[in-house]
Design a protein around this ligand. Sequence first.
Ligand SMILES: *Cc1c(COP(=O)(O)O)cnc(C)c1O
Length: 393
Amino acid sequence: MSLLGHDLITITQRPETVFVEGHGAWLMDEQGKRHLDLIQGWAVNSLGHSPALITEALLAQSRRLLNPSPAYFNRPMLDLAAALVRVSGFDRVFLANSGAEANEGAVKLARRWGSRHRGGAHEVISFEQGFHGRTLAMMSASGKPGWDRIYAPMPTGFAKARLNDIESVAQAITPQTVAVMIEFVQGEAGVVLADPGFVRELRALTRERSVLLIADEVQTGVGRCGQAFAFQHYDVEPDILTLAKGLGGGVPLSALLCREGLNCFEPGDQGGTFCGAPLMAAVGLAIVNEVCRPAFLAEVRARAEQLSAGLQAIVRDHGLVGERGLGLLRAVELPSNDAPAVVAAAQALSPVGLLLNAPRPHLLRLMPALNISADEVDEGLALLREALRQVLA
Ligand SMILES: *Cc1c(COP(=O)(O)O)cnc(C)c1O
């Protein structure tokens, strides 16, 4: 029996592999085997593994200033906030370290606004199957079955509606409702897309009822869906936006953005030791400046079309159920609960492995680096065919 990981608190079943090096689309293990990585740190490594842009930003910033304290301004904090304001159209930015932390901040900001302008309204409506993070409050906000029980008692103030069912939102709104929190593409639920019509109706309904719209773009933001932000696909303007995963390109960084009218924290209401620290902000600035360029985003859309077309061909040839997604956040639905077996077979392929994710037993999720090459997409598709052939034979 292997003792790999016996000093770690067990949180998940990991394959018996230790990864030691990554470059671009490729991840290498301790045995020297290469894997084409279509997980990329969970849709995190926007530019692939260890891109020069990040290593150079880290090196330069670490030589200059690591951490003056969150009580002081620092240059990367200011520059990243300005870059996010410029590309998003939002007015104000708070920097943090994880998606859950940014989402907690979004709920705090909405409640603060509710206490000032909506007579103490504080409830947040979120969606069944949604995912907003793993703090206690964000587990309450998430719609994962069972998550209301494992750490009970849970923070209250979160109601649930059904995605793409505007009636269910209308029914959930009470005088205490301050915000609706939505993922335009539910990533962890298995790449489930909100309908454009539903999102437009949701924006109109929330405006009419003076309820804020919080867009959790932790997974979909910063180029992942082929636009700088998924809300641009849907052509709506949320009141509050959260970003994390791709924003840091592999380092822990998140952001909470809001309109000027919501800039209502009092000094001391919100903060964090590492919030806005220059080392991570310098990386975020490099990522935003690279990924949110129109030419870069056009390339993401081209690779997404290529990947989608290739997956559709695989669906036809292997008798699968279908393929879906937005930009480079895509999923393939299998007719059986073989997705974990396909993931294992793909990683075990020789001489080159393929790394995929199975968010559901019948679903494969692909979230490659945004700068993956056309050849690497083709190679990934060929490896996926081989893994499917082995498992579904
Ligand atoms: C990953 C994710 C989170 C949580 O982010 P962490 O950095 O893990 O806290 C929240 N919302 C969405 C939509 C996510 O995909």
